[in-house]
Ligand binder design. Structure first.
Ligand code: SF4
Ligand code: SF4
Length: 350
């Protein structure tokens, strides 16, 4: 028998959804959604589950990850119940549910906690710079190793256990038996969707938004590779230097337009921005622009006189790597890709 959590409605409101109780179950949203079909029907079902407090059904569901927030269901809803924003809030809630540390939930629900954690990370970076006597070369050296260890540590200690928890909730707990060969044969879908997010193309009139996201993902991953593995800030290779400039410019230009669209609030998807949404686009923008400026100052031989710029870049990078990537909106990119993989497993299992 389904377990009901009478406090679920109140809980999900803390993650951003506040209109869904107006729903009268007409089904217009599901009929409108171009990603919903007979096999995977949403968002009406998720609105009902949320209103009824069916927490375990929501925890094991992959449907919130199949919504790409085009907002059409919210536009067409006769009760203004905002099902698109509920789907977004369920993704935030699931992120907190998967997270074994419990920090995602705290940071999503409390702006004060988010602010304090950002300040603590900034203080930590300044303390490291102080310990290194504010010597540029040593701080850059530290920054380079920090990036490598932060990526490995966050993946091994936070993201991997959380993906395992997601797998447990969605595949194991509901009692599905998946043959090993299905795990292997479905792998291609995981990587294709991770890099292309091509299912978003199924949303009506979403091609421009999909293309901007695609360019951003490629730019971001290449910037990561260039700074971490090709050591962009110390490299003398013209190819690496130019590549770094190009990809960092892609990151800050594309994210500038994302920030602008959130300021203008013209679409359903940008009307209801939470601090986690702002932080994600703003920090990507700041990372791209400060990385670009740091390398420019290195090439102009003036970074030594402007150490503050590198420290600022390192603070933004550390906040991104230690807060936004493991506990914030960055995880949606990862969970969405794994949701498609797990869905494929469930199709091939019994
Ligand atoms: S959310 Fe709106 S469109 Fe969807 S079932 Fe409820 S009232 Fe109908
Ligand atoms: S926001 Fe778009 S993709 Fe998401 S449920 Fe609504 S119509 Fe479907």
């Amino acid at each position: 028998m389904a377990k009901v959590n009478p406090k679920f409605s109140a809980e999900i409101k803390k993650y951003g959804a506040d209109d869904f109780s107006a729903c009268f179950n007409c089904g217009t949203c599901t009929a409108t959604c171009s990603l919903s079909d007979e096999k995977t029907s949403f968002p009406r079902e998720m609105v009902r589950y949320s209103a009824l407090g069916l927490e375990s059904e929501i925890t094991s569901s992959l449907k919130p990850w199949q919504c790409y927030y085009c907002g059409e269901c919210s536009t067409d809803c006769p009760r203004k119940a905002n099902p698109g924003e509920l789907m977004m809030s369920l993704r935030r809630w699931l992120t907190a549910k998967y997270d074994w540390t419990g920090l995602s939930g705290i940071l999503y629900k409390s702006f004060a906690a988010l602010l304090i954690s950002m300040v603590l990370v900034a203080v930590g970076v300044i303390a490291v710079a102080f310990a290194k006597d504010f010597k540029l070369e040593e701080i850059i050296h530290f920054g380079h190793y920090f990036e490598m260890y932060a990526i490995a540590g966050v993946f091994a200690l936070i993201l991997l256990p959380n993906i395992i928890r997601m797998w447990y909730f969605a595949v194991i707990k509901p009692g599905k038996k998946i043959p090993f060969k299905v795990y292997v044969s479905s792998m291609a879908d995981l990587f294709i969707h991770m890099f292309t997010q091509k299912r978003a193309l199924g949303c009506d009139n979403n091609q421009t938004r999909w293309f901007a996201h695609f360019i951003l993902v490629i730019g971001y991953l290449t910037l990561l590779f260039t700074t971490v593995f090709l050591d962009w800030f110390s490299s003398t290779s013209i190819f690496v230097v130019v590549l770094g400039y190009v990809v960092s410019a892609i990151v800050f230009v594309v994210t500038f337009f994302f920030v602008l669209s959130r300021v203008k609030r013209k679409t359903e998807a940008t009307k209801h921005s939470r601090p986690s949404d702002w932080m994600f686009v703003a920090w990507l923008f700041l990372m791209g622009i400060t990385a670009f400026a740091v390398r420019l100052f290195i090439d102009m031989d003036i970074l030594d006189m402007n150490l503050w710029l590198y420290i600022l870049h390192l603070i933004i990078l550390a906040q991104w790597a230690l807060i936004i990537v493991p506990f914030g909106k960055w995880t949606h990119f990862l969970y969405r890709s794994f949701a498609i993989y797990f869905e494929k497993l469930l199709e091939g299992g019994k």
